[in-house]
Design a protein around this ligand. Structure first.
Ligand SMILES: Nc1ncnc2c1ncn2[C@@H]1O[C@H](COP(=O)(O)OP(=O)(O)OP(=O)(O)O)[C@@H](O)[C@H]1O
Length: 256
């Protein structure tokens, strides 16, 4: 479980996150909406542990461990992974090597088999993100998460820049990573499948396209660094589309 309590964060001397409380239980997927510059990426980067995001108050706990000041590599080892909005190009490191690093057990992983899942075999021998298109970067990020297989996955706008054909690939891969793709069988009910899920997800989206591929448990709006308006993500999306962010965070949904 991820628990964030009264978190305050500064970036370059400016307060960007204010009194954030958030709890993601095993098996849950949460959706994060919010206008440009409201602090969504900052929240994910803080959970991942980037030191430029300075925690000035509050606490982050994951699997019962206080990770508030834990370095990134230790958070990754504990089971947190992230698909970035704009990951850097890494010259001199092949995607194939990166997959092995993410898997943490170099020789056991089969990069081809994982890459096939996101139609990325042809990119394995290219430097990480070197000349990749926007959509290719998203698939590269998913490949790394498939290799790492973390327990908590943070996705920063996974559908942005992805074409209409690849959006299904991206959506279905995220659903699979989050154990959401299973359909009920004679042996297992929907409720049983839900109970057995352990993976946690936090997904930033502007369009909500990802909701066509997986069921999310909760949506929230981050506005001016403040989290508000926890509700069904589809209702939040409808509210934002019809009335805009400002009205939405006045909790129009709750009042209707
Ligand atoms: N290095 C930096 N120095 C100063 N301010 C920064 C820096 N990086 C980000 N910011 C500011 O922090 C604020 C929050 O940015 P963040 O990227 O978290 O927003 P976001 O909600 O993810 O936006 P978007 O939807 O556009 O991706 C913005 O006002 C941004 O300009």
């Amino acid at each position: 479980m991820l628990v964030i309590e009264d978190l305050q964060v500064e970036l370059a001397g400016k307060q960007i996150l204010k009194h954030i409380d958030l709890e993601i239980k095993p098996g849950e997927t949460h959706i994060l909406f919010g206008p440009n510059g409201s602090g969504k990426t900052s929240l994910l980067m803080t959970i991942m542990g980037y030191p430029q995001y300075k925690v000035t108050a509050g606490k982050i706990t994951f699997k019962g461990v206080d990770i508030t000041h834990m370095p990134i590599n230790e958070r990754a080892q504990l089971g947190i992974g992230m698909a970035y909005q704009r990951p850097p190009t890494i010259h001199g490191l092949k995607t194939r090597q990166m997959v092995k690093i993410c898997a943490g057990n170099g020789d056991d992983v089969d990069p081809e088999a994982l890459a096939r899942q996101v139609d990325f075999v042809d990119f394995l021998d290219r430097d990480v993100n070197s000349g990749f298109s926007g959509g290719e970067i998203k698939r590269s990020e998913l490949l790394q998460l498939l290799a790492q297989n973390p327990d908590l996955m943070l996705f920063d706008e996974p559908e942005s820049g992805v074409d209409l054909e690849n959006i299904a690939l991206v959506g279905n891969t995220i659903a699979k990573l989050l154990q959401k793709e299973c359909s009920p069988t004679d042996l297992k009910s929907m409720l049983q499948l839900k109970r057995e899920r352990t993976k946690m997800g936090l997904i930033i989206t502007h369009t909500g396209h990802i909701l066509e591929y997986l069921t999310a448990d909760k949506g929230q709006v981050l506005y001016n660094g403040v989290l508000s308006c926890a509700d069904n993500p589809r209702d939040i999306l409808r509210c934002i589309s019809e009335m805009g962010y400002e009205e939405c965070v006045r909790c129009a949904i709750a009042n209707n």
